[in-house]
Design a protein around this ligand. Structure first.
Ligand SMILES: NC(=O)c1ccc[n+]([C@@H]2O[C@H](COP(=O)([O-])OP(=O)(O)OC[C@H]3O[C@@H](n4cnc5c(N)ncnc54)[C@H](OP(=O)(O)O)[C@@H]3O)[C@@H](O)[C@H]2O)c1
Length: 235
């Protein structure tokens, strides 16, 4: 088997390097929820241009106002159109439907998926079987003209939203097939004070990154914490 034949079969659109995070508009679909609001707050604190999206524009503007003057709120569709980089922070249950509905608006954009397809039962959290392999691969299938990157799965919204925590810690695993896009999202991850973006493989390897969140949730329950990830021995 040749090396190329072992690589992902997805054909993401190439982006033009380099991507300037400082001047990019960062949109967050589902930005009214805990994870989206946490990321939006931290990115706005870092001086980035942030829009939060919602299924209801009014809810987005209300939550944006609570976060601060630097953040705007819009419908998910307007957020997708107005942003250069769009983070998907909605529950797994609404993931495919939302992205399919926004495929045109998200065309040509970098779409960052942080969705963890998890189930919960008496034994705790567990990774769901996703027909496409992962939420990120499902996103790429729904968005053939976007560049999908997977990141921000392992940061607890509770920590992001805690104003007492000025500096976070740990690594953000960044998965994707397009080098300029994964480089840009590593830079974006580094805007979370105390954190580092680490390239962690191609999109076909997103499934275990997403499912590992079930292990972190088990750790949280046992040790009463907000466990994250720290990769050793890389610069
Ligand atoms: N919470 C965490 O600590 C954490 C950490 C890492 C990753 N994640 C991932 O981030 C995603 C969001 O987590 P969350 O805790 O922020 O979730 P959430 O608060 O339950 O939902 C986020 C937002 O998504 C929108 N939404 C809800 N149902 C929807 C649907 N069926 N279709 C489209 N939009 C819908 C809602 O906004 P509107 O009603 O305003 O549209 C809601 O405020 C999840 O996939 C999760 O796996 C979460």
């Amino acid at each position: 088997m040749t090396e190329s034949s072992t690589q992902s079969t997805s054909q993401p659109t190439e982006t033009q390097p380099p991507i300037d995070i400082e001047s990019a508009v960062i949109g967050v679909l589902g930005g009214t929820g805990e994870q989206g609001r946490g990321l939006a707050t931290r990115f706005a604190d870092a001086g980035l241009n942030v829009i939060i999206g919602s299924r209801t524009a009014e809810r987005a503007t209300d939550v944006a106002r609570e976060i601060g003057d630097a953040v705007r709120g819009m419908s998910n569709e307007d957020t997708a159109m107005a942003s250069d980089i769009v983070i998907v922070a909605v529950p797994w249950e609404g993931h495919r439907e939302l992205l399919e509905s926004l495929a045109t608006s998200l065309s040509g954009k970098i779409v960052v998926d942080c969705v963890n397809p998890l189930g919960f039962d008496k034994g705790g959290a567990f990774g769901l079987n996703v027909p496409e392999g992962s939420a990120a691969q499902q996103a790429q299938a729904a968005l053939p003209n976007s560049v999908v990157v997977a990141a921000f799965h392992h940061i607890s919204a509770k920590l992001l939203l805690d104003p007492e925590i000025v500096s976070l810690s740990g690594d953000v695993l960044v998965v994707g097939d397009d080098r300029p896009a994964t480089d840009a999202i590593q830079t974006l991850a580094g805007k979370l004070t105390g954190m580092r973006g680490v390239y962690a493989g191609r999109l076909r390897n997103a499934g275990q990154v997403e499912a590992f969140t079930a292990n972190l949730i088990s750790m949280n329950r046992r040790y009463k914490g907000h466990a994250g990830v720290h990769i050793t021995d890389i610069d």
